[in-house]
Design a protein around this ligand. Structure first.
Ligand SMILES: CC(=O)SCCNC(=O)CCNC(=O)[C@H](O)C(C)(C)COP(=O)(O)OP(=O)(O)OC[C@H]1O[C@@H](n2cnc3c(N)ncnc32)[C@H](O)[C@@H]1OP(=O)(O)O
Length: 407
């Protein structure tokens, strides 16, 4: 049976979100339709219709993706990809992904990004795992900072924090490859000003602001506390939910604050960058235990020349890349001439130095994985001597790409 796939109308917003909830096995997600209406871009929200019933969903929203060197490109953020259990493995998600990718190309978005529920789903569509994150667990009974930072940390109320955090995030985002521009409604949900009913009540949080000795804001954090006593000893856990700073002083002040909390034995910091400064701030770096390191943001390159021409490179160099995109959205042979100050990337007929699939290009484009590693895994072919080494130096970023936003 051929099921129609099309963008939804205003009256189908409710059924769309209910179908997505069923696809994600959330039995009460139909309660969320009203709360989700704001931010549902009808022209990029798709449903597969079995009669009048939506049985498969996908939506995207416009954003910007930060690249190495602190430049940005327009990106399509894809989310809510589901097929109802009764309609799986009939190609519905495949059709919707392609419809959305074609629409992105039409709109001139050089990349599409998403968070993959499972690794095997999106490589076939040309997405590559570009960023990673990790969990840092700190035993605060033993951990100490090497140096006590100069400055102050104060508690603020939620509304003050809600107003401040987006400004700090924007500053952070503009220099942090892998980050995306966040819609306003994300902040309202994070700060409990907007509720998604099926998620339940958000846990009340503390909000703190770090200032330098002159009183300038250098960072802010939101954290929740799980109080516990074991054998009459304090055994609480603190979980930072968000922490953004303007630089090293803010990082040191906020970590110092969390480590110094009485009644807390453990900091559990999830979704942290893989090059987090925390271990290096500590007297003993092993007191920040890393775990749960996994892929996070996946990138689908849709315009090789626009993307590679927009980022900055770790070393000056030239490369001719054969980019293989069997779906035909982009791909071909490109001459890349790039360095720390800028780059050009243009179609060429010159002999290729490297052949790389579009999914592997997505994986290396933010500098999160060495080209050398993907070549060793058979995902990049070298045609001229040392081209892999040159590409590895060029594509390396000055910091590990990190996306701190779930969407
Ligand atoms: C960005 C996001 O929203 S991530 C969220 C993804 N959604 C979920 O995890 C919700 C639960 N899962 C689902 O709703 C569905 O299984 C989906 C959306 C992942 C796939 O929907 P379907 O309509 O069944 O996909 P479709 O029939 O187009 O299959 C596409 C291919 O992907 C493969 N595939 C789909 N899901 C998986 C998976 N979880 N693991 C491995 N392969 C998978 C299929 O086997 C198929 O391959 P084939 O063509 O070689 O047989």
């Amino acid at each position: 049976m051929h099921l129609e796939i099309r963008t939804i109308s205003e009256s189908e917003v409710g059924p769309f979100w209910a179908a997505m909830a069923t696809g994600f096995l959330n039995p009460i997600g139909d309660k969320d339709a009203e709360a989700r209406r704001d931010g549902t871009h009808l022209d990029r929200t798709y449903g597969a219709f079995d009669g009048s019933r939506i049985v498969s969903t996908l939506r995207s929203f416009p954003t910007d993706l930060t690249l190495p060197g602190g430049t940005t490109v327009a990106a399509s953020a894809v989310t809510a990809v589901t097929t109802t259990a009764t309609h799986r493995r009939r190609g519905l998600a495949t059709r919707m992904v392609h419809q959305d990718l074609a629409a992105s190309v039409e709109r001139g978005e050089p990349v599409s990004v998403l968070i993959a529920a499972e690794w095997p789903i999106y490589g076939r569509f040309g997405y590559g795992a570009a960023t990673e994150h990790q969990i840092l667990t700190v035993d605060t009974r033993t951990a100490r900072l090497r140096d006590r930072p100069q400055g102050t940390v104060e508690f603020v109320d939620r509304d003050f924090a809600r107003d401040l955090m987006p400004t700090l995030y924007e500053r952070h985002r503009q220099v942090s490859p892998g980050e995306i521009r966040r819609p306003e409604r994300f902040w309202n949900v994070d700060y409990g000003l907007k509720r998604i009913p099926s998620w339940g009540e958000p846990k009340p949080a503390f909000h703190v602001v770090a200032r330098d000795p002159a009183g300038e804001v250098v960072g802010a954090a939101r954290y929740v506390v799980e109080g516990r006593w074991t054998d009459r000893q304090p055994d609480g856990t603190v979980e930072p939910q968000a922490m953004f700073t303007t630089g090293p002083l803010g990082d040191a002040l906020l970590w110092d604050h969390l480590i110094s909390l009485d009644m807390i034995n453990t900091i559990k910091a999830i979704d942290r960058p893989v090059d987090d400064v925390l271990p290096w701030l500590l007297f003993d770096a092993r007191h920040a235990k890393a775990s749960g390191r996994f892929d996070f943001l996946w990138v689908r390159v849709l315009d090789v020349a626009a993307l590679l021409g927009a980022r900055r490179y770790g070393a000056e160099g030239q490369l001719v890349l054969d980019v293989v995109d069997t779906d035909g959205y982009t791909g071909g042979r490109f001459a890349l001439d790039g360095g720390p100050d800028g780059a050009t990337c243009t179609p060429t007929t010159a002999t290729a130095d490297l052949t790389i699939g579009v999914s592997a290009l997505g994986a290396v484009c933010l500098g999160g994985h060495p080209v050398r590693t993907l070549a060793a895994a058979g995902l990049v072919d070298e045609h001229t001597p040392n081209a892999v080494a040159r590409a590895t130096r060029m594509f390396a970023g000055e910091r590990a790409p990190w996306c701190s936003t779930w969407f």
